[in-house]
Design a protein around this ligand. Structure first.
Ligand code: HXC
Length: 687
């Protein structure tokens, strides 16, 4: 913010969120304020200023979701960050009373009446309205003294005063109801609006074209092959004109960067894939791969178009081949916003990320009707392959969103972390969070007792750039947390053991999850940062029979194989095989840090003493002095990072408060790291 703007006291941020134009009013010097869009569609849930950094965090509720906005100053300009994307903030010399009009935090109750709430902390100096009074929009209603000014709150709508909740001299806080307005509505306008909404089948909220519009920056989408038609004459299809053969293809901008996309239209023969439909998708995949830009597939399809027989099957084959050939060259993201049945499941499954919605999004090889015929099992589409099934059980879905708009917004956000193509650096994020910020809270966040749980996501939030963590596979294998984040603006992949689930043990599913994520990061030159607090691999029949040897080997293989910078911090413990697997020096870790009290050993002291001193245990009992002495001796000898650092397996023992600084500096020191792999076609990763 430049000095002249500062002296004006208040600035307006204009932040675009698809579907909503949210205006954020910010007072200079951090004493923030509020927001609302012109239609009252967004309201402020909370506003907080970080005292250390001066960043203003605003939580907004829009019609579609809750949005976090971070507002900060960068290179003399005010910026707003939403979902990892940065928007400029326009300077606006506003007078406070005018702002208050926009500030009115309006809520509509079930009758459509409006509750006018206090926009800020203050004292009511005058109530200018009476119950039953008819008001015109803009009529003065309440005078609030705040910020040493008397501010008049006008009526946000025409209407009749239904209830007054405050009295003169009462103190009010932001969001506190002031009065209610019974709104007189123009019924004809309402019914006109309703009639305009197109009827979409199966609970869909957006058409294929609206989905594309949500994905891209406004007005940036350019369609290709809009005039393509199918070439089938059987089954009466010669009399059926299907615009674009049921799929919208083209390219546009996501946060200013070129991205290719296709979007299937379920209204056209169930989004089914025929010869020309497939050919259009192949063209998009070819163009994206050859020009080196990410591709997003918006899937909503009943699978191979039955009427086109082998031509549809051939179309799938052509797509599969291209998806595999593009793998590791450009980021590929599939958004499943309807059914994805039959052949339609395999191209998403081979892409880098699958985004699903919690309902109205299914993936299955054979649909419920075929299942019923073959196995007599009654099962719904959601039970068979809904978002929750794939987000929690199978791991096919990497991101689960509550609705279509949010799925597309998540896709935009995901793209913001990724390079356009392999070999190119990921775009730099905002640098508003100081690289040298210390992390004092970590000391209390991680309990000393190694058996005590804590949420490693809190540690991640403290260490990486504010608000930058984008979790992948949030509900699948929660004992390992993975996701994209930024460190001083640089995209990194985070892998962290999660003591809050299964004590942070590694198991089959966590290993699969970690391996896939690490391989993605490696393919796209994204450094990997591992936060280690792991008691080992999960023991037991279920794991052994479930293939933990092969699955655990995948994680090990992925770490060993990767050639990107790998940094790690052992924050509390690293035992046994899991110590080796979690980015240790022995398997190619580049910079390995440890906190001073970390325990690095074959196993915990109690377990070790039970094996080594079985006879003493039998003779004296677990609570005896002898056993306590053995435990102390083991702890002093092995449960420290000293031996590992004496051998160079740990490069630096760092103060927890310096974790962010150490990682930021380490990452910078690794910037030009180059490792060449062995000369071979490819390795043979365990499956
Ligand atoms: C042609 C199809 C179609 C298909 C749906 N439709 N799937 N048309 N080929 N594969 C048409 C329907 O006839 C209907 O047309 C319209 O799309 C909407 O379908 P509904 O069934 O009414 O919708 P809904 O109840 O929402 O059910 C959606 C569905 C269901 C779950 C996707 O349609 C379904 O089960 N379809 C078949 C799924 C499937 O088994 N596909 C596998 C294909 S074989 P009208 O004109 O009535 O509106 C395959 C093999 C490839 O893909 C293997 C490669 C490895």
């Amino acid at each position: 913010m430049n000095p002249s703007e500062k002296s004006q006291g208040t600035t307006k941020a204009s932040v675009r969120i698809p579907g909503d134009q949210v205006k954020v009013a910010v007072q200079s010097r951090g004493g923030v304020v509020l927001t609302s869009d012109d239609r009252g569609a967004a309201r402020v849930l909370s506003i907080r200023t970080d005292e250390d950094t001066g960043i203003v965090f605003v939580k907004l509720e829009t019609r579609e979701r809750i949005v976090d906005v971070a507002i900060y100053e960068e290179e003399g300009k005010l910026q707003a960050n939403v979902d990892g994307l940065t928007f400029p903030v326009e300077a606006w010399p506003a007078r406070l009373p005018e702002l208050l009009t926009a500030w009115q935090l309006r809520n509509q109750d079930e009758h459509g009446d409006v509750v006018v709430k206090a926009p800020l902390t203050g004292v009511v100096r005058d109530v200018l309205i009476k119950k039953g009074q008819e008001l015109k929009e803009g009529d003065p209603c309440v005078v609030i003294e705040a910020m040493k000014m008397e501010n008049i709150l006008p009526a946000p709508h025409d209407g009749k005063v239904k209830k007054i909740s405050i009295k003169t001299d009462a103190s009010v806080r932001p969001g506190e109801p002031l009065f209610e307005l019974e709104v007189q509505r123009d019924e004809s306008a309402v019914s006109e609006e309703i009639e305009e909404i197109p009827h979409l089948p199966g609970g869909r909220l957006l058409t294929a074209r609206e989905r594309v519009e949500h994905l891209f920056d406004p007005g940036s989408f350019r369609e290709i092959d809009a005039h393509v038609r199918h070439r089938v004459s059987d089954f009466g299809l010669d009399r059926r004109d299907i615009p674009g053969d049921g799929v919208i293809c083209g390219y546009g901008k996501v946060d200013g960067r070129t991205v290719y996309a296709y979007s299937q239209d379920f209204r056209a023969l169930g989004g089914s894939l025929g010869e020309m439909h497939a050919r259009k998708i192949c063209k998009v995949l070819d163009l994206a791969t050859q020009s080196g830009h990410p591709v997003v597939g918006i899937h909503d399809s009943g699978g191979a178009r039955i009427q086109e027989g082998v031509l549809s099957l051939a179309g799938y084959g052509d797509i599969f081949l291209r998806v595999v050939k593009a793998s590791g060259i450009i980021p590929q993201i599939a958004c499943i916003l309807g059914p994805s049945a039959g052949g339609a499941v395999y191209s998403p499954a081979m892409m880098d990320f699958v985004v699903m919605t919690e309902s109205n999004s299914n993936m299955f090889l054979t649909g419920p009707r075929v299942v019923k015929t073959v196995t007599f099992e009654d099962i719904t589409a959601d039970e068979l392959g809904g978002g929750r099934v794939h987000g929690e059980i199978t791991g096919v879905a990497h991101v689960l969103s509550p609705n279509e708009a949010e799925a597309l917004q998540s896709t935009r956000r995901l793209i913001s972390y990724l390079p356009n193509r392999s070999g190119e650096p990921a775009p730099r994020g905002p640098k508003f969070d100081p690289a040298d910020r210390s992390t004092p809270n970590l000391v209390n966040l991680v309990p000393d007792d190694t058996a005590q749980a804590y949420d490693c996501r809190e540690v991640i939030r403290q260490v990486f750039d504010h608000g930058s963590f984008f979790e992948i596979h949030e509900r699948f294998a929660p004992n390992l947390v993975v996701g994209m984040a930024r460190l001083a603006g640089t995209t990194v992949g985070v892998v962290a053991n999660q003591p809050a689930h299964l004590a942070g043990c590694l198991d089959s599913t966590a290993s699969r999850k970690g391996a896939r994520f690490i391989r993605f990061c490696d393919a796209f030159s994204i450094p990997i940062i591992s936060l280690v607090d792991v008691p080992g691999f999960m023991p037991g029949r279920e794991q052994e029979h479930g293939g933990v040897i092969s699955h655990g080997a995948k994680l090990l293989y992925a770490y060993c194989e990767s050639s990107v910078p790998k940094l790690s911090v052992i924050v509390r413990k690293a035992y046994g095989g899991a110590y080796i697997v979690m980015s240790s020096k022995h398997i190619g870790g580049d910079l390995n840090f440890s906190w001073p009290d970390a325990e690095i050993a074959v196993m915990g002291a109690k377990g070790a003493v039970e094996i080594l001193h079985r006879r003493d245990l039998a003779q004296h009992g677990a609570e005896s002095e002898e056993i306590k002495d053995h435990i102390d001796a083991y702890e002093n000898k092995f449960l420290t990072p000293n031996i590992a650092s004496a051998h160079g397996f740990i490069d630096r023992v760092i103060d927890p408060q310096e974790t962010r600084v150490a990682l930021t500096e380490g990452l910078a020191a690794m910037k030009h790291l180059k490792k060449t792999g062995p000369d071979r076609v490819h390795g043979n990763m365990p499956t």
